[in-house]
Design a protein around this ligand. Structure first.
Ligand code: SF4
Ligand code: SF4
Length: 63
């Protein structure tokens, strides 16, 4: 499962832009939401992790 460290995330949108599945959203509450369905099936199957690699402050991590 992927999670976002809210203390590190500065809401830049890079992870949203790189996700090939459009599985990441910036919410109005200044939070990043990752679609759990995508994480369970697509992210694992492809071992994508583009969001993890592209975050400039390493705010997305595996839990
Ligand atoms: S790339 Fe990182 S800092 Fe930028 S919105 Fe995504 S989680 Fe936050
Ligand atoms: S691992 Fe890939 S498909 Fe899954 S949320 Fe991150 S960028 Fe999107």
């Amino acid at each position: 499962m992927l999670s976002v460290d809210k203390k590190k995330c500065f809401y830049c949108g890079t992870c949203v832009a790189v996700c090939p599945q459009a599985a990441i959203e910036l919410l109005d509450t200044c939070e990043v939401a990752i679609d759990e369905g995508c994480v369970e099936y697509v992210c694992r199957k492809w071992n994508c992790r583009l969001c993890v690699k592209s975050c400039p402050v390493r705010a997305i991590y595996e839990v």
